[in-house]
Design a binder for this molecule. Structure first.
Ligand code: AP5
Length: 207
């Protein structure tokens, strides 16, 4: 299966991706995670991406497209992958399309997780991550077990200010990829409001 997860920041893409990876044994490719790893390593890509990410702006297309094209050419993507957070602009969607055509493969589904803006800020500002495992928690909606709680970190872009910028970018740059995939008959919409398990069931029913 070749699929894409799309949705606003904090929609639950990462949360649902973890469930899908378990269920479908599929390679999970999160550009956000890859870019955060590059920043932590202090690589050239990380140095270029850091400022954009902190302020909630998108990392330039050429950098992200190169990163993903290289990644999906790896052997663990030969039988499928789940892209989480990519594509995020129309040029990214077109570049991916061209690359898949060249490889003679096609997408199966683009899953759009829909959550209204007013719920996003509290999801984002309350998110905490386990730096050891990458597991995602929320101070209110999904508290971490006591043995993990002490080591949790908050992402640098999980401030109210950066979240506002990310939402604006989502509406201006990312939402326009939805009609692009709708024309190809690939979009499946999922209501992202409710408990994570409930949303997981909705996704399972679609897939
Ligand atoms: P990225 O890491 O992709 O961030 P994002 O798209 O903003 O998405 P998030 O990770 O914030 O949210 P999510 O939907 O995964 O939600 P989660 O499951 O964690 O990108 C970060 C940055 O990198 C970008 O801003 C950009 O700068 C750069 N970047 C990345 N890709 C790029 C690209 N292609 N092009 C250019 N730049 C790029 O859930 C959020 C919280 O809510 C958690 O605390 C969770 O526990 C909780 N939660 C989840 N589901 C529910 C629920 N159903 N009910 C209540 N709470 C819930």
């Amino acid at each position: 299966m070749r699929m894409i997860l799309v949705g606003p920041p904090g929609a639950g893409k990462g949360t649902q991706a973890a469930k899908l990876v378990d269920r479908h044994k599929i390679t999970h490719i999160s550009t956000g995670d890859m870019l955060r790893a590059a920043v932590a390593e202090g690589s050239e890509l990380g140095k270029q991406a850091d400022g954009f990410m902190r302020s909630g702006q998108l990392v330039p297309d050429d950098l992200v497209i190169a990163l993903v094209i290289e990644r999906i050419a790896k052997p663990d993507c030969a039988t499928g992958f789940m892209l989480d957070g990519f594509p995020r602009t129309r040029p990214q969607a077109e570049a991916l399309d061209a690359e898949l055509k060249k490889a003679g493969v096609a997408l199966d589904v683009v899953l759009l997780i829909e959550v209204p803006d007013e719920l996003i800020i509290e999801r984002i500002t309350g998110r905490r991550m386990d730096p050891d495992t990458g597991d995602i928690y929320h101070v209110q909606f999904n508290p971490a077990p006591a043995e993990v709680a002490g080591r949790l970190i908050q992402r640098k872009d999980d401030t109210a200010e950066a979240c506002k910028a990310r939402l604006e970018k989502y509406h201006s740059e990312t939402a326009p990829i939805v009609p692009f995939y709708e024309e190809q008959g690939l979009i499946k919409r999922v209501d992202g409001v409710g408990a994570p398990a409930e949303i997981g069931e909705r996704i399972a029913a679609i897939l």
